[in-house]
Design a protein around this ligand. Structure first.
Ligand SMILES: *[C@@H]1O[C@H](CO)[C@@H](O)[C@H](O)[C@H]1NC(C)=O
Length: 459
């Protein structure tokens, strides 16, 4: 036993001494009214150019988009993205275009926005496209990791819709899979699969194009409070949730056999949802509890106990939300290994995680090639069944973002765009038909709901 303990203590890891540090006060974003809506999303999305933060807005929904260097006090009249008619619940930057961001709202719609090169000079109320199809509030939006213009949304109507943003079409509708609220959705590394955590306590692995559940685990965590599930690069699934005794837990699962977890660890008895942020390059998972004032991080390996606690970064103030910078946005010259954007009640504070190294040279062991901004596939290819892993880039000389092209949405009848073979033609017609039918069903439900509301008001 002693030997085992000893071995555990001295387990080699280059991330053992990673330390967190909040930036100086003048490098925070101040005077921001962070949203108080009750929904457990991160409220913040970051990329190498902008930080976006969901804020309180009277009579509608809005979020701020600030160029990263726009620190300090944010003026009350600073322009916002303000096209939604209800509070914004979730936002996600397009991984293939640093000027495109999607938002989901209580107003039941998903909107996709084009942010001007240097940020907003005027309020932005016109989205590039409005994606309508959900019959209840939309709590989750998530871009496909490797296919251009593929966006997923999940709503409190318990449905997942996958859109082709470039045509504004709902291409895949996953209904009747989740009987209750969907807490989280995560794409696999190459986006061929999804995993979801649902209020019915199940974790599901879904093949979205076959509309099939390929694996599931009932009571992944036995407690009633919200779970989270994310795909790891090796295809395993990492979850957070609560035990029957309301202790916070983390667990690791193999998708091939989800009967028993690879490991389960109990953490503490706080009650904030643990939001996981994952770095596939280093296999480090950072857990940020909503309402906690700490970030705990773990390294995942294939040696017991599989999920290895590394350290905790603590501050005094609780976090209302958290943004996580993609790897290509980090400062490799400072051995920065992760950067968070912690939301307080009225400000956003960057937190930098660093690996202490004496040398000033590029540390290639810390920075394996990472996912770059180019998509591996076009939307049509992905919907047709093709897969592709992320296109990797080297970070040796730092990432320099190039000017990205504008998102163009062409809502045309796909039948007219190119001559197709008969088989293609038939499958397109069927898909169009299916998509129209789905839309009609959704509209029907919406009308029914509105009629109900009208009836109530009339009484
Ligand atoms: C995509 O990932 C799945 C498993 O997650 C794997 O079976 C498949 O081979 C991958 N395909 C490509 C082209 O990377």
């Amino acid at each position: 036993a002693t030997f085992y303990m000893l071995r555990r203590v001295v387990r080699q890891s280059k991330f053992r001494h990673v330390f967190g540090q909040a930036v100086r006060n003048d490098q925070c974003y101040d005077d921001i009214r962070v949203s108080r809506v009750t929904w457990d999303s991160s409220f913040c999305a970051v990329n190498p150019k902008f930080v976006a933060i969901i804020i309180d807005a009277s009579g509608g929904g809005a979020f701020l988009v600030l160029p990263l260097q726009k620190t300090g006090r944010i003026d009350k009249v600073y322009p916002t993205v303000c096209g939604h008619t209800g509070p914004v619940l979730d936002i996600d930057w397009c991984p293939h275009n640093d000027h495109v961001i999607a938002s989901g709202s209580e107003d039941c719609t998903v909107m996709v926005w084009q942010i001007p090169e240097n940020g907003l000079e005027n309020p932005l109320s016109e989205p590039v496209v409005v994606l309508e199809g959900h019959s209840k509030r939309v709590g989750i939006v998530s871009w496909h990791p490797t296919a251009r213009n593929v966006l997923l949304s999940a709503g409190c109507d318990n449905q997942i819709v996958i859109w082709n943003v470039a045509t504004g079409e709902a291409m895949i509708n996953l209904e009747d899979m989740h009987p209750d609220v969907i807490f989280s959705v995560s794409w696999s590394r190459n986006g061929s699969l999804l995993c979801t955590a649902c209020k019915d306590k199940k974790v599901r692995v879904i093949d979205p194009r076959k509309k099939k559940i390929v694996a599931e685990k009932d009571k992944a965590h036995e407690g009633a409070r919200p779970m989270r599930a994310i795909f790891l690069a090796d295809g395993n699934i990492f979850t957070t949730g609560f035990s029957r005794m309301s202790e916070r837990q983390l667990a690791l699962w193999k998708t091939e056999n989800m009967d028993e977890p690879i490991c389960v660890q109990e953490m503490d008895s706080s009650n904030g949802v643990l939001l996981p942020f994952y770095d596939p390059d280093t296999s480090v998972v950072y857990l940020c509890g909503k309402g906690d004032s700490s970030i705990r991080y773990f390294e995942i390996t294939d040696e017991a106990p599989f999920v290895h606690y590394l350290n905790t970064f603590s501050t005094k103030e609780p976090q209302r939300g958290m943004g996580y910078m993609p790897k290509r946005g980090l400062d490799v010259n400072k051995c920065e290994i992760a950067r968070f954007y912690k939301l307080h009640e009225r400000k956003c504070e960057p937190i930098i995680m660093t690996v202490p190294r004496k040398s000033d040279l590029f540390q290639d062991d810390l920075y394996p090639d990472t996912a770059g901004p180019d998509p591996a596939l076009e939307a049509e290819e992905w919907f047709a069944g093709k897969n592709g892993g992320p296109i990797l880039i080297a970070l040796k000389d730092g990432y320099v973002s190039t000017k990205t092209r504008d998102l163009k949405v062409v809502k045309t009848n796909v039948l007219e765009t190119k001559p197709a073979t008969k088989a293609e033609h038939i499958s397109t017609v069927l898909r169009e038909f299916k998509s129209l039918r789905d839309r009609v069903i959704l509209q029907d439900r919406r009308i029914a709901r509105l009629e109900e509301q009208v009836a109530k008001v009339a009484m």
